[in-house]
Design a protein around this ligand. Structure first.
Ligand code: BEZ
Ligand code: FE
Length: 308
């Protein structure tokens, strides 16, 4: 009798494990957590059964995952970076934001959004320390999909310097350099000055870098500026506006570059009275953001500080 009971309850073959684990999670109160964890277990077990890893491979994989946590700190988020280079972040972005209602196309948040950036007036420069590189004057409008202006929209902006580093990675840049928060005016217009962003490699000194090297992948991202655009009664837009050659756009290591969000970065080689203080050559970019009705949300910053 006892033997029969134990025979049914204990695992003795690989094809019994999934059902026993699913049964152990049956009492989860939160219905969504229960559903998600059941899917995780089914897919994870199916992967393991298909891949049939050796014990050494399993230990290596666990060490790689532990390394993601060990390489994560206030100025670097290796876990987010891993999700990004595996394409998971872009997939989740496209599942939740597909641009089908006429709104501006979105792009992944990335690991370098800090939050708490200084507020700027329209026209202010977001370069807070001497940042060599050509000037960029960015203008645009926040509207509904039918073009109706949205006044008072908040635009949270951040970008890498022309040498390809975010201020959190670079002790040579002041705190919050190339980061700022703006608001659209009564006509929905916004503007800021900056420097032209450059393409850059994602951090490669942690476990993600080890993986990219093992896969013979280039770590590059095409030049872009990040935006989070929010307004009361509207769905939050998280996106990036890209500027680069076709070639660099195609090789984005985190699969974020999309045709709809390539901006027109115009080079100016002659003085223009509209930009009396600009040193030649300088660049302008105009890009309008369209929002759809919805409930605003705000991402939790993946990092909070700067390398000191
Ligand atoms: C970024 O655009 O800042 C970024 C996105 C994914 C990985 C690394 C950086
Ligand atoms: Fe970026």
């Amino acid at each position: 009798m006892k033997d029969e009971f134990l025979k049914a309850a204990l695992i003795s073959r690989e094809d019994q494990v999934t059902d026993v684990v699913l049964a152990a999670m049956q009492n989860t109160d939160d219905a969504r957590l229960k559903e998600l964890m059941a899917m995780v277990v089914r897919h994870l077990h199916a992967f393991v059964i298909e891949a049939r890893p050796t014990e050494v491979e399993f230990e290596d994989a666990l060490r790689w995952i532990a390394g993601l946590g060990q390489a994560t700190n206030e100025s670097n988020n290796e876990v987010v970076l891993a999700a990004d280079v595996l394409g998971a972040s872009t997939l989740i972005d496209l599942i939740n934001n597909n641009g089908m209602q006429g709104e501006t196309m979105s792009a992944l948040l990335g690991p370098f959004y800090r939050g708490q950036a200084p507020h700027c007036a329209n026209g202010d420069c977001i370069a807070r320390s001497d940042t060599p590189g050509p000037s960029l004057y960015f203008t645009g409008r926040v509207t509904e999909t039918d073009g109706t202006p949205i006044a008072g929209a908040k635009l949270d902006v951040w970008q890498a310097s022309p040498v390809g580093l975010y201020e959190n990675q670079d002790t040579g840049q002041d705190d919050f350099n190339l980061r700022g928060v703006l608001h659209s005016d009564d006509e929905g217009n916004f503007s800021f000055a900056s420097v032209k962003p450059a393409g850059y490699p994602v951090p490669t000194d942690g476990p993600v870098g080890d993986l990219l090297r093992a896969q013979n992948r280039e770590p590059m991202r095409p030049a872009h500026i990040h935006f989070i655009v929010t307004a009361p009664g509207h769905k939050t837009l998280i996106t990036q506006i890209f500027s680069d050659t076709n070639e660099a756009l195609v090789g984005d290591v985190v699969f974020g570059a999309k045709l709809q969000i390539v901006g027109d970065f115009v080079e100016h080689t002659q003085p223009d009275p509209a930009y009396p203080d600009a040193t030649l050559p300088f660049y302008t970019c105009n890009y309008d953001f369209k929002l759809v009705p919805g409930t605003p949300t705000y991402p939790v910053p993946p990092i909070t500080g700067k390398t000191s």
